[in-house]
Write a protein that binds this ligand. Structure first.
Ligand SMILES: [Zn+2]
Ligand SMILES: [Zn+2]
Length: 453
């Protein structure tokens, strides 16, 4: 982190936390039955109880208003997904035992017929991955793989496994540090005024973000259990019952999610990294996990709830520890203590040494990449509708522009959400049907989804 904090505006850095429930002029607080505030249409970063208050505050507000940029999260999130994968994939390649040992069993992801194992008596089931022999330096990682694509997919699922809290927390802190500390106040008379940037999501200003812990609904087929055959030692892959996402709240109390952790469960929603390759981060896959729960997934009947149930929230934007880290100049021992305390709070357990080292190192990388983006205003170039894809085992080649398929998939999930809500179907049955659908060859899947091609 040395050398990162030596900008001229450093002395003026302070964290800005949006206050959109208070009139910027008379400080009147909005409430459900009481006064409703309107946002300033120029910047969406100030709220007013009346036309009079807006006018009265304008002399003061106009400087700030005209210098506020809106970063659209809907087009920004693939960049965050890329930063995360560029750190996690190389890390797992070096550290994950399953990528260093030979996979010795036949795993047919497409058939429900292959034997699952139960993690404990009457507990959830999982797909066993039997490991033997160190294969470092050879190319025969999974000799029984049904196809090259299946092999690449399993490899990528493992390379993107785990480290969720240690990945998501640094991303949130980096957003606070690089976006919510920018200000529209002139740092000195001789320099150009700082523009300030604030996040916008699904057309509304962001009022809060952080990490949510909860449960992902995953079938046994999509869950992995590793087994070292030589010494008869099993261990669990990522645990869907202890899942984490970034949540983003906007004015009007709508909630959206960014999920970077479900790929390992075969929920293969990915984004294209090509537009961000100029950042010179470590080598990672061309497409990386990135599932953004936007309007389509939340309306009309909350299709996303079939995949995830949120339980515990921790705001990062509003956390004094995140503010301290964002404003610290040297990222010393105190910052690490703050990171550890935040990680342990959301995880509800003690963190391991390697997670702490991972989070600290990843935080400086995430801050660096975000700072470069802010300084060059590169986010302006990001596509308003980023390319997404659903990667399956069977397709010959992924289709990068999968918008019609995405829409059809959302409609399909919405129909299921309705049935589950009415009690006519179960989440478990949905997971099974969705799993089968995801693993059909693309042309068959598109036909099933009713997409004309
Ligand atoms: Zn007012
Ligand atoms: Zn304004």
């Amino acid at each position: 982190m040395n050398g990162l904090r030596t900008q001229p505006a450093q002395a003026r850095r302070q964290v800005y936390v949006p206050k959109l429930d208070i009139c910027s002029n008379c400080m009147l607080q909005s409430s459900k039955d009481g006064p409703q505030l309107r946002l300033c249409t120029g910047c969406q970063q100030a709220a007013y109880c009346s036309e009079e208050c807006h006018r009265a505050d304008w002399r003061k507000h106009k400087v700030q208003c005209k210098q506020t940029d809106r970063i659209i999260f809907d087009s920004f999130y693939p960049f965050l997904a890329y930063i995360a994968a560029s750190f996690r994939e190389p890390y797992n390649c070096a550290m994950h035992p399953a990528l260093h040992l030979k996979v010795s069993n036949k795993i047919d992801i497409n058939s429900q017929a292959h034997p699952l194992v139960h993690l404990e008596e009457n507990g959830p089931s999982a797909t066993p991955v039997f490991l033997s022999q160190d294969i470092r330096g050879t190319e025969s990682w999974w000799p029984l793989a049904p196809s090259v694509r299946s092999m690449e997919k399993l490899w990528k699922r493992i390379a993107n496994e785990g480290m969720l809290v240690a990945t998501l927390l640094p991303i949130c802190i980096a957003l606070v540090s690089e976006i919510y500390t920018t200000s529209a106040i002139q740092p000195s008379q001789n320099t150009t005024p700082n523009r300030c940037a604030r996040l916008n999501c699904c057309e509304k200003p962001v009022t809060d973000f952080g990490i949510v812990q909860g449960r992902a609904f995953v079938t046994g087929v999509d869950r992995l259990l590793y087994h070292l055959t030589d010494i008869n030692y099993p261990w669990h892959g990522q645990d869907p019952d202890d899942h984490y996402r970034i949540y983003i709240r906007t004015s009007g109390n709508a909630e959206w999610y960014l999920d970077l952790g479900m790929y390992t469960f075969n929920m293969a929603c990915v984004v294209d990294t090509a537009p961000y390759r100029k950042y010179n981060l470590a080598e990672c896959s061309r497409t990386v996990p990135g599932y953004f729960v936007d309007k389509k997934w939340t309306k009309p009947c909350g299709a996303h709830s079939l995949l995830f149930e949120p339980k515990r929230y921790m705001s990062v934007l509003r956390d004094p520890r995140a503010h301290r880290i964002s404003l610290s100049n040297d990222f010393g021992r105190e910052s690490v203590a703050d990171i550890v305390s935040m990680m342990e709070e959301i995880a509800g357990r003690r963190c391991r040494m390697h997670e702490i080292a991972y989070a600290s190192e990843f935080l400086s990388l995430a801050i660096k990449a975000l700072r470069q983006n802010m300084c060059t205003r590169d986010w302006v170039n990001f596509s308003p509708s980023p390319k997404v894809d659903f990667e399956t085992d069977e397709d010959e080649e992924g289709v990068m522009d999968a918008t019609p398929e995405k829409e059809a998939l959302v409609r399909f999930t919405n129909r299921w959400a309705k049935k589950v809500k009415k009690g006519k179907e179960t989440r478990e049955h949905f997971s099974e049907v969705a799993h089968n659908l995801a693993n059909l060859p693309q042309d068959v899947r598109l036909k099933k989804l009713g997409v004309q091609n």
